[in-house]
Design a protein around this ligand. Structure first.
Ligand SMILES: [Zn+2]
Ligand SMILES: [Zn+2]
Length: 319
């Protein structure tokens, strides 16, 4: 591993109580220290814990921040999943306060105790799949599931995570899944499942299991196995491939911000670009490299113009 020439990225979350009267002071401490270390990334911080993806030139600098966060908040060690990239997938370092560290829309839903038997390691996960008596259920949104998921998994096609509970309950009422059967749920890094499982248990689902550490942990241990395609991530990489490397297939669509892999030449400025399949099927003005070019094209469809600059620039794929 050429750990010196690449940026080290850690994805992590930890549920733990933070006193609301201290939260702004703590936020500033966490943010200042990350900037002092020269890190990049985004950390969501709430009275229920923290959730983030951060990167640094060395693994030691990222670990330094995670240890500082544990000490500052009085938390145990924060579990993390590693990946690398040629350049940082964020422009700056920020810690933001929200109501929840993952948005279910119900801050009162608290996760089960850590280490509970419903967390499956990637090996246990594959064994349960092989047993053939469980249903796989993706807790992620449509723009994530469509670029990669587990073979045979149910895709809820949700726009956002807060729609998930309603989806599973409807599915059960329609008789398409049973509250008694084994259901295996998964997400990117595991955090959405921490809340989804509690919601499902509260709704009477009795045999729900979650993939510990999510798809990122699974791919680290079992690339090219039961997960197919790429895993969407919420930073400039757009997605990571089976080797946890930044996607070369997908960029962000300049029109809608979803993963894009449809190669076009901008009808306004002739610049090669990638747009998503949904936008490709819309009006001709979408076959452009940017919102600006789309607007110019709509105003004067026949006329060519100079490049109006795609916004997304990141390493190998040129975004
Ligand atoms: Zn699009
Ligand atoms: Zn253009």
């Amino acid at each position: 591993m050429s750990s010196n020439s690449r940026v080290q990225i850690a994805a992590f979350y930890l549920f733990g109580k933070v006193a609301s009267e201290n939260i702004e002071t703590l936020r500033v401490k966490l943010e200042d220290y990350g900037r002092e270390l020269g890190l990049k990334g985004l950390v969501i911080f709430a009275t229920e814990g923290l959730n983030g993806t951060i990167s640094g030139e060395t693994q030691a600098s990222v670990e330094d921040w995670l240890a500082f966060a544990s000490r500052t908040l009085g938390f145990p060690e924060i579990p993390r999943k590693w990946s690398t990239a040629p350049v940082a997938p964020f422009r700056k370092f920020g810690v933001r306060v929200r109501d929840e560290i993952v948005t279910l829309g119900k801050p009162e839903v608290q996760p089960l105790a850590p280490g509970s038997s419903t967390h499956l390691s990637p090996t246990e996960w594959d064994e349960m799949i092989a047993s053939g008596d469980a249903v796989l259920l993706d807790t992620r949104n449509w723009y994530e599931t469509r670029i990669g998921t587990f073979k045979g998994a149910i895709d809820p096609k949700t726009e956002e995570f807060s729609e998930f509970s309603e989806f599973v309950n409807k599915k059960a009422e329609a008789g398409e899944i049973s509250r008694d059967q084994k259901i295996m749920i998964f997400c990117t890094g595991g955090i959405r499942c921490e809340k989804a499982i509690v919601e499902m248990n509260n709704s009477g689902f009795k045999n729900v299991y979650q993939l510990d550490g999510g798809i990122l942990n699974y791919l680290e241990q079992k690339p090219r196995s039961n997960f197919e395609g790429e895993c969407f991530v919420f930073d400039h990489r757009v997605a990571v491939d089976q080797d946890l490397q930044p996607s070369v297939q997908y960029t962000l669509c300049p029109h809608c911000g979803q993963p894009a892999d449809q190669k076009i030449e901008c009808v306004r400025c002739d610049t090669p670009a990638q747009i998503c399949i949904t936008c490709l099927e819309k009006e001709a003005a979408m076959k452009t490299c940017s919102k600006n070019c789309a607007n110019h094209f709509r105003a004067a469809p026949g006329r060519k113009g100079k490049s109006q600059g795609a916004q997304y620039r990141f390493q190998r794929t040129g975004r």
